[in-house]
Ligand binder design. Sequence first.
Ligand code: ADP
Ligand code: MG
Length: 234
Amino acid sequence: MAIKLPIVDKARSEGRVVLTEVESKEFLKSAGIDVVDTRLATSKEEAISISQQLGFPVVLKIASPDIVHKSDDGGVKLGLETANQVGEAYDQILGAIRQKHPKARVQGVAVQKMARPGVEVIIGMSKDAQFGPVLMFGLGGILVEVLKDVSFRIVPLSRRDAAEMLREIKGYPLLEGYRGQEAVDISHLEELLIKVSDFVEKNPEIRELDLNPVFAYSDGAIAVDARVILEEGK
Ligand code: ADP
Ligand code: MG
């Protein structure tokens, strides 16, 4: 049965199909998928107090359903170490967005823990007219954007599909550790792919999903950015 969440209803009642990062992460978390703890602040004071609760360093990001590439437009500030820096980042983000996207609906600013560096991977889902939901896996950054080094499988994924998806990409050796980089827990990533497959299977109202990036570690993996797009009018 589909998980009924107030965030989905809220988006629909506002005539939106795009969930913000905060909403998307909440949705994923409810399905047992690890995401960086992320909360919405609607004032500078609130952003500072959330940072203090989470513990520094933190990241601030614009929270708007109309802004897809947050960092391209000055909407992301990483590695904030103090309350002062959080306050400044809050003003800078809202200032930049007001200038570049004056019409964007802004919910506030998302405050989250700065995750420790890992191997950046991407997990996506889109719907194919013939095959229905299809999962995509790739390594983050230029490997996906320039080299299109990605693999695909039709949902639902078997364990074997998940194992093949990881090993099929040319960049696979990077997951096994490269030049001192941490080797990632491959079986954990396989399980994550299966979880995402289950998640989209149980929630047919999701049209598109993007976990970009997920930081993969030797002892787990966590999504630091997420976006869910719902089917129109359901
Ligand atoms: P965009 O909308 O531009 O994709 P992201 O949320 O993905 O914005 O942030 C841009 C980049 O900043 C990410 O690819 C990642 O490298 C880094 N980043 C984002 N959130 C975090 C975080 N919580 N901890 C550490 N790095 C992060
Ligand atoms: Mg991203």
